[in-house]
Design a binder for this molecule. Sequence first.
Ligand SMILES: Nc1ncnc2c1ncn2[C@@H]1O[C@H](COP(=O)(O)OP(=O)(O)OP(=O)(O)O)[C@@H](O)[C@H]1O
Ligand SMILES: [Mg+2]
Length: 606
Amino acid sequence: MPDGVAALRPSPPTELWCDALALAGHGTLLHRGEHPVWADATLAEQLGCTLSALYDRPFHALDDANSAERLRQQGEACLAGRDAAPVDITTGQPPCAVRHFEVRARRLEDAAGPQVLHVFIERTNAAPTHDPSTRAVLDQIIRELPIAAFILDTEHRVTHWNMACERISGITAPRLIGTRDPWRAFFDAPRPVMADMILDHADADTLERLYPGSWQRSTHTPDAIEAEGFYPSLGESGRWIYFLAAPLRGADGSIIGAIETLQDITERKTAENALALTNERLEAIVADRTRELAEANARLAEDIDQRETAEQELLKRYIELTELNCQLHDAQEQLVQSEKLASIGQLAAGVAHEINNPIGYVLSNITSLGGYLDDLLRLFDSFEALEAGRAPDDPALLAVQKLKQEVDFDFLKEDLPALLRESEEGASRVRKIVADLKDFSHADQTQEWVWANIVKGIESTLNVVNNEVKYKASVARHYAEIPAIQCMPSQLNQVFMNLLVNAAHAIEAPGTITITTSQPDAEHVRVSIADTGCGIPEAVKARIFEPFFTTKGVGKGTGLGLSLSYGIVQNHHGRIDIDSTPGEGTTFHVTLPIQQPDAERTPAAD
Ligand SMILES: Nc1ncnc2c1ncn2[C@@H]1O[C@H](COP(=O)(O)OP(=O)(O)OP(=O)(O)O)[C@@H](O)[C@H]1O
Ligand SMILES: [Mg+2]
């Protein structure tokens, strides 16, 4: 054929040559780069159009765009004097007849310039376009491919069974090539293999029946199917194989065969199985451990619960102990205080008793002395009347007058009654102190318990001390409704009196004394006396209940008021508490039981 084309050179083609080419079945086309300047009827028939249509369009106008582009490039290269290799083109579209051509090109020169002659050599029914050597190379590639592969043609005959396939299946190529028995490699009885099903366009049901649960359409290779399975007949003890079967298509897209590749995945599968086994064991171990952990956690939670309960119990005990300790401390303090007071009380009682008698007869003697003195003075008056009747130079009179001057009789007369009065006052005061001491030491325990309204007592006491208070402070009364209490009212009045007088003394005018009554609980009442006075420093506070402790000047305070009050309140089974801030003021709280525990239940006094 190429010789025929070469013979055209250098003259333009003649109808004879064209006829000759047509006779050989080759269409011809001559052009100068655009529309054909010559085309023959054979070509028109080959391209499926009329001859005139061929002349009406560019030389490379083909219905297949790739083919058209190849033809254009070949034509233009040839026209430009470059090498123009033969190109393959396709005409027609499936499902209509598709035809394949090899197009050769040759550059010709005539008077009008260069032109190109294309000869269309039909290859439609020819063997693959590859020349035999190419085919041999392909066969060799497939044969020596490291991946096991075999190929079936459209008749399901084995065309290729490569060496890797021989190794994996143990069946040599000559035994299978040309047969329809590729199943022999894998199965005991005839049945379709994957490649057969590609050729048969097997549906999903058929695939599922033959490869239950182990097949799927390939996500990588179009129209391919993949599957995996265990084949006991392969190798010594069976092999796991992964199959991939795909259609082989001709240039027109039609299926011209099917290729199936096989991959030995036994090792992977063994590893996977081992892994699965290990996983199973691990999961079992983890489950065991989790159970043990859960049990340990439960035990721990129980422990924690127990410990928390124990801690709470401990805390409760600690709080109780702390409270007990505080109570003990209070009790101890009270005990110390009361013991101190009791011993001082005994001392006071002793001293009072010792002083009581002498001061009694001193007072009575002073009273007698007063009477005697009056008598004596009266006697002196009558002596002085006698003196008036005597001669001024009477020696006896002169001696008396001299003696009178010596003893300063006039002053004596004047001073003696004053001395006696002062002595009587002093002795009376001593007697008052002795009485207070006796009260403090409860030497006089004859009083009886009566029910009394203590507000009434406070009010009468206020009247008594009014003189002490009124110049210093105004009195604010906050009286809550409180019940009558069982008490010794005159003793309590002494307590209120001392607290009120102390409050007044503490205040630098003008200030306020606030009296509050309240009922802290069902069994007690409380009287609080607050002042806006100087307050009590801590050091002083520790000592104020001691008898004779006073910060007041000599003659102003005996220091017995609070100790006496303390004794009275204690005798009433009550207590005295102090809130004091130096510079701001002091509050004394007197808390008393409504009913005396050891007194007989007697009706309220008023
Ligand atoms: N309301 C108060 N404000 C400041 N200090 C006070 C108050 N009440 C008592 N005191 C202090 O307590 C001391 C003792 O008081 P207490 O009543 O026992 O004795 P006194 O008042 O000094 O003397 P007496 O009461 O015998 O006349 C007082 O000297 C004073 O220092
Ligand atoms: Mg006082």
